[in-house]
Design a protein around this ligand. Structure first.
Ligand code: ZN
Length: 315
């Protein structure tokens, strides 16, 4: 790492994908052992106000983003879905009920992703092309999920995190966008290759934990050295200092969920100012100046091809 990560302004380079996983604080996977699904409806819901705030932050900078939205949320807050679309953002799917893909069998996964897509398309009047698995829960054990997504009509997924993590990760997956044999495009969230390892560089809890300058340096390095668009993600509850505290949770989950929440909004504002941002579909599916077709980087991104290719090329 250079001595001063803040040394160079970042004003050019690839357009990065800004993504928001639209779910509420009580739906995060780490809280699943503590909050039963049938309690969700009785919890104070904060997602509407938080998404409104995010939309305002994006409007200030005229940034368009992709909102991977739960069907469960869309059903209850249809206006939220309409606001996202009306303001020029991409509406995509985070599944219906925020169950990890790795916890579902094929039939249940198919039902979940099909139901979410139908709800989102009905509410928005637009085709929903993208999907992100809860907790990046597609990996070597369930590559069949990519076939299910293609069969359900999705065109791309952003469900692989090429790192080692106790809850998710597929460290040997390609680091950048690659096509599967079935035509589906997978766009892994961004890692930085350093010292023979992939380091998480795409948001979430790491963005709150690390100093902002480090995150900024990592994204800039991917843009410069890899000449690739980064994929950054966060959640509406991450900007919400007033969210009800969930009691009785283990120390690790508590730390991960609440660390530096009070700093998140300001950091996001800096991030929006420091890089160029756009929607997943416009960057990766083509059809615009922002388009960065995955074939650009050629065979280095050779891909796993669904269930029959459980050992993807290193990328
Ligand atoms: Zn999620």
């Amino acid at each position: 790492m250079p001595a001063s990560p803040l040394s160079a302004p970042v004003s050019s380079g690839p357009i990065n994908a800004l993504t928001i996983d639209v779910e509420d604080y009580f739906q995060v996977s780490a809280f699943a052992p503590y909050i039963r699904r049938d309690e969700w409806d009785s919890r104070e819901c904060r997602v509407e106000r938080n998404v409104s705030r995010i939309l305002a932050l994006l409007a200030e900078r005229d940034v368009k983003a992709t909102f991977f939205t739960l069907g469960w949320i869309a059903e209850r807050y249809p206006q939220l879905v309409r606001d996202i679309v009306a303001q020029g953002h991409e509406l995509a799917s985070h599944g219906y009920g925020h169950q990890r893909a790795s916890d579902l069998d094929r039939a249940a996964f198919r039902d979940d992703v099909t139901r979410a897509k139908a709800i989102l398309e009905e509410l928005s009047g637009r085709p929903v092309r993208g999907y992100r698995a809860p907790s990046f829960s597609i990996g070597t054990a369930n590559l069949w999920a990519f076939d299910t997504l293609a069969e359900a009509g999705y065109q791309y997924s952003s469900s692989i995190y090429p790192i080692k993590h106790d809850h998710y990760g597929m460290p040997d997956a390609p680091r950048f966008a690659f096509h599967l044999a079935n035509g589906l495009l997978e766009v892994p969230v961004t890692t930085l290759r350093l010292g023979g390892r992939n380091l998480p560089s795409s948001g979430g809890g790491y963005f709150r934990l690390l100093p902002y300058a480090v995150s900024r340096w990592m994204i800039g390095k991917v843009n410069r050295d890899d000449d690739e668009s980064a994929v950054f993600y966060f959640h509406p509850w991450e900007i919400d200092v007033g969210q009800p505290r969930v009691a009785g949770i283990d120390a690790k989950s508590r730390f991960r969920h609440y660390v530096n929440i009070g700093r998140m909004e300001r950091r996001l504002q800096r991030l929006l100012a420091d890089f160029r941002w756009g929607r997943m579909d416009q960057i990766f599916l083509g059809g615009g100046a922002a388009s960065r077709p995955p074939t650009r980087a050629g065979a280095a991104h050779a891909a796993p091809t669904g269930p029959s290719a459980a050992a993807p090329a290193r990328g």
